[in-house]
Design a protein around this ligand. Structure first.
Ligand code: GRF
Length: 193
């Protein structure tokens, strides 16, 4: 079995990244985590990835200012350099431009903390509570130029419980995120979607 080479893009703590790294330890998992890359040089997830023996890189977006395309080009070059087949966004807080997204079409996926198409964008847990939702959850989807709008690969729901706060709801959702992201990547790496 040739395992697909995966890059995980993060901006923060990287708990979904850690779930993917853990899943990829299984000998029959069809993907290996070849690179963890962040736009935030001090992101906690980078240290976590290094400890796991995974190559890491940081491309700080700040020096690029408004030149998003230049940032995307450098990112793309780094992905090529590491011979990456599939890119997983996991708490990556940068919007990628249409050119890069187009180049990686079908090989670029994201996890979003809501039952898409509900609650695209930020602050999903607060918004689900404010809307009185009784179910909430997480979605893994292909990335397309429109934010949080690509075809859905995996989805899982959790109940919203009386007395929930954004934090308690986020913690419940995060548990299912860690379960569905490895499943979605497996399906993609096996060519089953
Ligand atoms: C997760 O809730 C993910 O769905 C969202 O950002 C958060 C990242 O958390 N896109 P982590 O860095 O994976 O712990």
């Amino acid at each position: 079995m040739t395992r697909k080479r995966v890059a995980i893009l993060i901006s923060g703590r990287g708990s979904n990244m850690a779930a993917l790294i853990e899943a990829a330890k299984a000998p029959d998992y069809p993907a290996e985590i070849a690179l963890v890359l962040s736009n935030v040089p001090g992101a906690a997830g980078l240290a976590r990835a290094s400890e796991a023996g995974i190559a890491t890189a940081a491309i700080d977006h700040k020096p690029f200012g408004r030149d998003r395309e230049a940032f995307d080009r450098q990112l793309d070059a780094m992905l090529q350099e590491h011979r990456i087949d599939i890119v997983c966004l996991a708490g990556f807080l940068r919007v990628l431009g249409p050119q890069l997204v187009g180049r990686w079409n079908g090989r670029l996926i994201n996890i979003h903390p809501s039952l898409l198409p509900a609650f695209k964008g930020l602050h999903t847990h607060e918004r689900a509570l404010a809307a009185g939702a009784t179910q909430h959850g997480a979605t893994v989807h292909f990335v397309v130029p429109d934010l949080d709008s690509g075809p859905i690969i995996e989805q899982a729901s959790v109940p919203v419980l009386p007395g929930d706060t954004p934090d308690s709801l986020a913690a419940r959702v995060l548990e299912v995120e860690h379960r569905i992201y490895p499943l979605a990547l497996k399906r993609l790496a096996e060519g089953r979607i």
